[in-house]
Design a binder for this molecule. Structure first.
Ligand code: ATP
Ligand code: MG
Length: 332
């Protein structure tokens, strides 16, 4: 079986973007691949976090993973911070990465501008983030890394770092491929459809949370920014808002964009939005029910995390030893 590794940061409540761009694909892949899915809690520290909130969000992601259908019998679920080798490998890789490469990352440009505007300073963790992500991946030698569009560049730098390391020290890492879904790799903000939907967005109207109440979901979709043309058509450049809703609807309905466009050929925006809203509610209701089940059974969640960590730890230990040996950090 080919191996797959991916994770999500606990920087906020999970959005429909995280579900469509990432989690729903993990669920689809788990029958075919050997899956390692983690909570990227170390990554959350790249932006200021309240410890109490962070602890809650970490648990929530695990419960969301399970509620969305990740099956612990098929997928190893674990917390990044519980496997120390992520941090250890990150340091070694950082010493094989150039500042210039990291300066080019578009996510760093966006997020550092945000941080600078807020506090006047930019954390060095934010700058080094892609190296930790490279470590998360390369530690397990996966074949495929499923991510949304915004993370493609980070998988690319991971490939560069791995290639450079292999060149310097001999074959060590598998060079992984990224995988992004054809439709839904970039769900846009409901309030600014030129920006991607993000869980750390300050405007809650910009995203749908997986745990939003049905009435809230319908309200957020109804107030989504569109255009004044009044025709439901797919045109991401000139009709970004409508196209985003069409994408969401098509993915959740498991049908082509064309089929959705045909379905709403005679609809006005009001009817269209109502149907899209109801479709989201229908998709999220069973997820929310399962989430509540895990919330009521926290010991189950802990057992799953313990098992996941125990399963991946030997792989991390072995690969880290190999890396230390390659660079000369082994006494015997
Ligand atoms: P943050 O704003 O804190 O960066 P985020 O919502 O971007 O949060 P991440 O933890 O950075 O979430 O990303 C988790 C996964 O979800 C990644 O694979 C990412 O590509 C995917 N993803 C995030 N946002 C979207 C989106 N709007 N559409 C599709 N996929 C997305
Ligand atoms: Mg992100």
């Amino acid at each position: 079986k080919k191996r797959v590794v991916s994770g999500i940061k606990p920087t906020g409540e999970m959005t429909l973007g995280n579900y469509i761009g990432a989690i729903s694909n993990f669920v689809k892949m788990q029958d075919e691949f050997e899956m390692f899915v983690f909570v990227a809690d170390l990554h959350a520290l790249t932006t200021p976090q309240d410890p109490v909130r962070l602890r809650r969000l970490v648990r929530e992601i695990v419960m969301v993973y399970l509620a969305c259908g990740l099956d612990p019998a098929k997928t190893k679920l674990f917390l990044q911070s519980e496997i120390a080798e992520h941090s250890m490998l990150s340091w070694v890789l950082q010493c094989h990465t150039n500042m210039g490469e990291l300066e080019r990352m578009t996510q760093f440009k966006d997020k550092s501008a945000e941080q600078k505007a807020k506090s006047g300073a930019i954390g060095s963790g934010l700058f080094c983030y892609p190296v930790l992500m490279a470590a998360d991946i390369l530690l397990y030698n996966p074949d495929v890394v499923p991510v949304g569009e915004d993370q493609k560049q980070h998988v690319e730098i991971t490939r560069d770092i791995a290639g450079r390391f292999n060149h310097q020290h001999g074959e060590t890492f598998v060079i992984p491929e990224d995988y992004t879904p054809e439709v839904g790799a970039r769900i846009m903000s409901l309030q600014d459809p030129t920006k991607k939907m993000s869980k750390s967005d300050e405007n809650a109207k910009g995203y749908i949370l997986l745990l939003d109440e049905p009435a809230t979901i319908i309200k957020k979709i109804k107030s989504a920014v569109t255009d004044s043309e009044g025709i439901v058509a797919y045109d991401p450049v000139n009709k970004a808002g409508i196209s985003n809703l069409l994408t969401i609807y098509s993915v959740l309905k498991n049908q082509s964009i064309d089929a959705s466009v045909a379905e709403f050929a005679d609809s006005n925006y009001g009817t269209f939005k109502q149907t899209v809203g109801e479709c989201i509610v229908e998709a999220l209701t069973p997820i929310q029910e399962k989430f509540r089940y895990y919330q009521e059974n926290p010991e189950l969640v802990d057992a799953i995390l313990d098992e996941g960590a125990a399963a991946v730890q030997p792989i991390a230990t072995k690969n880290m030893k190999k890396v230390y040996k390659k660079v000369g950090l082994n006494r015997k």
